[in-house]
Design a binder for this molecule. Structure first.
Ligand code: CP
Length: 300
């Protein structure tokens, strides 16, 4: 299992081996099989969300309570001393002085998670770091794919949409090769990473012809100033009725959420039995319970 050093630093996967990931998923399986077990009874965890969230915040809150941890929450700046000019770092160090057993933090690119985790003397779990990382989302995505396909070696996974601004995909690409997933991209050139060794498809139809699973991403207009013509985007990258053949031949689709139905997928496709979107959310709670257990060293 993970070393003490990596326990106090969970922002990227550079200290996780393939064996760590396999062991971690075994822990998630154990929690799913025995959801009533609560080895963390009575400790507190500070959930500090400095950027908007629905799924990750509620999921960590649920996970904390199901593990027997009391969640202490900051949700945005409103009503906090951030409104009076206090820095994010000072907010975190003041909360640290109150003695939580661990931190779960979502913050912008400018927040130095690495430096923070070295200064805090309790574990820091990253719940989304600007455009850089979203490790718990990557874990729940791979776990959900494993539930569907079993062994992921050779499974072809298409990533569709705003890849360059996606912290979800940054984290996913760190662990996908270790599971043998084959990854392909489809996106307008302005939303593709500069250098990629992955196959790039001209449009969604070509990508879906190749893929067995597809992750759709929201265009994160709030994170860039790119001129992007929505009508042109829809012609090549938005799901159309004729793409339903992908589902008919057993393809599955995913989305980290939130979904914009007019840009990515129609609502009825997101709710299709071959859509794993709510499986991702359900698995997210087990993944975060396992992360909290691991972070607090209560893994039996
Ligand atoms: N997937 C995800 O991070 O969703 P939220 O922004 O709602 O937490």
């Amino acid at each position: 299992m993970l070393t003490d050093e990596s326990r106090n630093y969970f922002t990227q996967f550079d200290r996780w081996s393939s064996q760590d990931l396999d062991n971690f998923f075994l822990l998630v399986d154990q929690i799913k099989l025995n959801p009533e077990s609560r080895p963390l009874n009575g400790a507190t965890t500070a959930l500090l969300f400095f950027e908007p969230s629905t799924r990750t915040r509620m999921s960590y809150e649920t996970a904390a309570i199901r593990e027997g941890l009391y969640p202490l929450l900051i949700d945005g700046a409103q009503g906090t001393s951030l409104e009076k000019g206090e820095t994010l770092e000072d907010t975190i160090f003041n909360v640290a002085a109150m003695g939580p057993s661990c931190f779960v933090v979502r913050g912008p690119d400018a927040l130095n998670f690495r430096a923070l985790s070295e200064r805090l003397n309790v574990p820091l779990l990253c719940a989304g770091w600007g455009k850089k990382a979203h490790p718990s989302q990557a874990l729940l995505d791979v776990y959900t794919l494993r539930e569907k396909f079993g062994n992921l070696r050779g499974v072809r996974l298409l990533i569709v949409g705003d890849i360059i601004h996606s912290r979800v995909i940054s984290s996913l690409l760190e662990i996908a090769p270790g599971f043998g997933l084959e990854v392909g991209f489809v996106a307008p050139p302005s939303l593709l990473p500069n250098v990629t060794s992955y196959p790039i498809f001209k449009n969604l139809s070509e990508g879906l012809e190749w893929a067995q699973a597809a992750i759709f991403l929201r265009v994160q207009f709030e994170r860039h100033q790119l001129e992007l013509d929505r009508a042109t985007y829809r012609q090549s990258y938005t799901w159309q009725r004729y793409h339903d053949s992908f589902l008919q031949r057993g393809g599955v689709l995913m989305h980290p959420g939130p979904v914009n139905y007019d840009m990515e997928l129609p609502e009825e496709v997101a709710r299709h039995p071959q859509s794993l979107i709510l499986n991702q959310v359900e698995n997210g709670v087990f993944i975060r319970r396992a992360l909290l257990r691991l972070a607090l060293g209560r893994v039996s």
